[in-house]
Ligand binder design. Structure first.
Ligand SMILES: C[S@@+](CC[C@H](N)C(=O)[O-])C[C@H]1O[C@@H](n2cnc3c(N)ncnc32)[C@H](O)[C@@H]1O
Length: 232
């Protein structure tokens, strides 16, 4: 028997790939779609641009970007081949062209200055060496290119914070266990709690070579969009 997949790794996500989209929808009540849309818009992409969607998973952001910006060249990278296979099926069913490539965010298989935009949605939490992955994102962006990092967080207000903790710590793991017969969704709660405060992560983005790094909270802080730019 193979050892259990490390939490957050591509292998763990391969184990839940077929149920991932349904779980996302149930866990976020559909808000994830609105958050992803705002992420793509923040990149202000033009039809002749090239986008890299890192930790693309089942390719929701990649497919959305291709739909919102006709003519855009979209590449999605993820180590989980099972997640990519689901993404490829969705793209084909929707008649959308995206290039999905197996790879690790800490060592991107692209030359310097390849992309006009880089997005990563609900993915940076899972990458073991975040500064290294951010430096890679900066390297593959063209000078002046934009970064958008979407990540879950714990709302800070007393009332909404308590409600969000209850949802993520109790409701989502139960939904996950029910739909995926495992405790992988317990990892979600733990990894959100472990993610640094937004001010600290803004500093980490800046230290990786970006400028103008900022954080915009969505839905009372249940989700945060970090944006930045590679210096021109
Ligand atoms: C929660 S899913 C997010 C998928 C997608 N971006 C979305 O919006 O639904 C997290 C993804 O991070 C990927 N991942 C894990 N480790 C990674 C790494 N080192 N580099 C890039 N992606 C990684 C997983 O395989 C998984 O598909």
């Amino acid at each position: 028997m193979s050892p259990p997949a490390p939490r957050g790794s591509g292998r763990m996500f391969d184990g839940i790939a077929r149920r991932y989209d349904a779980l996302n929808l149930l866990a976020s009540g559909g808000l994830d779609r609105r958050w992803r849309r705002r992420t793509v818009r923040a990149l202000a992409l033009a039809p002749s641009d090239r986008l890299l969607d890192l930790a693309t998973g089942t390719a929701d952001v990649a497919i959305l970007a291709a739909r919102l910006v006709p003519g855009l060249s979209v590449f999605g990278v993820d180590p989980a081949s099972g997640m990519l296979a689901q993404g490829a099926r969705k793209a084909a069913a929707g008649g959308v062209k995206v290039a999905l490539v197996a790879g690790d965010g800490q060592a991107l298989p692209f030359p310097d200055a390849t992309f006009d935009g880089v997005s990563i949605a609900f993915g940076i939490r899972n990458v073991p060496d975040r500064p290294r992955a951010l430096a890679e994102m900066c390297r593959v962006l063209k000078p002046g290119g934009r970064l958008a990092v979407l990540e879950l967080a714990t709302p800070r207000g007393r009332f909404f914070g308590a409600l969000a903790r209850l949802h993520v710590n109790k409701v989502v793991p139960k939904l996950g266990a029910w739909l995926s017969r495992g405790d992988d969704y317990q990892y979600l709660a733990e990894s959100i709690a472990r993610f640094p405060p937004r001010e600290e992560f803004v500093q980490t983005i800046g230290a990786a070579g970006f400028e103008d790094a900022r954080a915009v909270p969505f839905s009372f802080g249940a989700c945060v969009l970090f944006t930045a730019r590679r210096p021109a």
